[in-house]
Design a protein around this ligand. Structure first.
Ligand code: PLP
Length: 285
């Protein structure tokens, strides 16, 4: 049984609880981060901590612990649960003052903080990455502040289910004709030696893996262009891929039934996955 962290306590998962009035539960009034673990160490922890602080700030939510405390909790959970490869999930909500109300509770109401680990042996050497992912496109009908990492994940969940029903692995979201991002990842196409991905705005989540992968790509003399692209452009690209903390770099081999790079993971996506995992292992803490 896992040990989880709830509001200052390390507890067996079946003894951890929060209030039924918690605004995370009633109103999706909460933010989260997912940090991956390789060799028992945290990948890109700083990036996730900085983005968390920003998400909290945008929602006028108080941070219940400092960045140093957060790191210590992450490390403790990884240690107690013996995670070599896996994920640490962190969620902070506005908590509750013991009733339901649209108005935010008083700012001195304690936020709720929950962390738990997910053991994922084979996260780095993932068979799914050797095969590549099949993608369908769906309309992006999410809210306008996708740069804030909130727990409002109903539409992304529905998108994954639509993909599954269509015999695919994931969905890319399209707004005004242009791809915004994947349901839980950032989206890229490759033309020649050039990597193309949408620029940062309130329209997409500012992926921590995205930032690292684009930096590593530039260091490896690959060209990076941050601009909008359509599904039609993606279907005729040489390659495509996604990035996220939980799947690193994931090659895409099919979009709306059209095979890319002969239906196998592309050269650049495969290379970027190797570089990202190697460099992440070196800088893990
Ligand atoms: N975009 C969305 C909508 C996401 O949910 C995620 C991750 O959960 C990402 C992008 C990738 O972000 P990161 O690389 O920080 O995991």
């Amino acid at each position: 049984m896992r040990t989880v962290y709830v509001n200052g306590n390390y507890l067996p998962e079946n003894e951890a609880s929060i209030s039924i009035f918690d605004r995370g539960f009633l109103m999706a009034d909460g933010v989260y981060e997912v940090t991956s673990v390789l060799d028992g160490k945290l990948i890109d922890f700083d990036g996730h901590a900085v983005r968390l602080e920003r998400s909290l700030g945008e929602l006028d939510m108080r941070a219940p612990v400092s960045k140093d405390e957060l790191l210590a909790i992450h490390r403790e959970l990884v240690k107690i649960n013996g995670i070599e490869e896996g994920l640490v999930y962190l969620q902070i909500t506005r908590g509750s003052d013991g009733d339901r109300d649209f108005i935010f509770p008083s700012p001195d109401t304690n936020p709720t903080i929950v962390l738990f680990t997910q053991n994922k042996p084979g996260l780095a050497d993932n068979p799914a990455a050797r095969k590549g992912a099949k993608i369908i496109s769906i309309e992006d009908i999410r809210w306008g502040r996708r740069d804030i990492k909130t727990v409002q994940l109903l539409y992304p969940s529905m998108g994954k289910m639509m993909a599954k029903k269509a015999g695919a692995d994931d969905a890319w979201l399209v707004e005004n004709g242009f791809v915004t991002e994947g349901t839980s990842n950032n989206a890229y196409i490759v033309k020649g030696n050039k990597i193309i991905t949408r620029g940062l705005s309130n329209g997409i989540l500012h992926g921590i893996t995205r930032a690292a992968v684009l930096r590593l790509a530039r260091e490896a003399q690959m060209e990076v262009e941050e601009r909008n692209f359509t599904i039609d452009e993606a279907k005729t690209a040489d390659e495509a891929f996604t990035t996220s903390a939980s799947a690193f770099v994931m090659p895409v081999v099919e979009i709306d039934g059209v095979a890319l790079s002969k239906g196998t993971p592309g050269r650049i996506a495969t290379r970027l996955r190797e570089i990202y995992i190697d460099e992440s292992r070196k800088s893990a803490i």
